[in-house]
Design a binder for this molecule. Structure first.
Ligand SMILES: [Cu+2]
Length: 219
């Protein structure tokens, strides 16, 4: 309906004496028609690239290698995350919350990975990164971790960044949240998992082995 309304509106705009066709494309209509992400709607931007229009801040970038003391980008399974693979996490603020964006390179072409932000920095053992970051914490998980209740372990309350790699080993994905990190209590790592994230009760949020970790700075 919107498209039809725009088409009908164009001749009227031309008759009204608007000489430059570029000027008669309504900004908001263009945004809706070319939008690839909710982010451009928040911005009211005509850019098809959320990252280009949102001035995101790069939070962390790293090259995954086997663990050694002081590592901030670790591959725990070189068959799944080849040493030398890269990841960049950036965050853009929007009026209602944040968009977290993940760009990766050097991964296994056409493979699907699970990915989430976790609560603690990366260390020698995959489990060291702690549970998933949750906006509203699952009270049941305090006694019996991890949280596997879909009302808490879901992509609106946690930051899920699952992706499928393209033929060149690269992937880009993002998650839009309608909340922000409290100051000094942000997520502290990106974990790549061996499998896509599950959503059913009892297994929600689980995604197989933790195969790589990138530490995010405190913010
Ligand atoms: Cu995870």
């Amino acid at each position: 309906m919107l498209l039809r309304a725009l088409v009908l509106a164009l001749p009227t705009a031309l008759l009204a004496g608007c000489a430059n066709p570029a000027e008669i494309v309504p900004t908001t209509g263009s945004s809706v028609l070319t939008s690839v992400s909710p982010w451009s709607l928040y911005q009211g931007s005509t850019s098809p690239s959320p990252i280009g229009s949102a001035s995101p801040e790069i939070v962390a970038a790293g090259t995954f290698l086997p663990f050694k003391a002081g590592s901030t980008a670790i591959s725990y399974d070189p068959k799944v995350v080849p040493p030398g693979a890269k990841a960049t996490v950036s965050i853009a603020k929007h009026p209602a919350g944040i968009e977290v964006r993940l760009e990766t390179a050097g991964l296994i072409p056409r493979r699907t990975y699970g990915a989430h932000l976790h609560t603690k920095p990366c260390a020698a053992l995959p489990a060291d990164a702690g549970p998933h970051y949750q906006h509203r914490k699952d009270p049941a998980a305090a006694a019996s971790p991890p949280s596997v209740d879909p009302s808490y372990a879901n992509p609106r309350n946690e930051i899920w960044l699952d992706f499928t790699v393209d033929g060149y080993g690269t992937a880009t994905t993002s998650a839009v949240l309608n909340w922000t990190f409290p100051p000094g209590a942000s997520a502290r790592s990106l974990i790549l998992h061996a499998e896509r994230t599950k959503t059913a009760p009892g297994v929600a949020g689980s995604a197989g082995d933790r195969v790589a970790c990138l530490t995010l700075p405190e913010r």
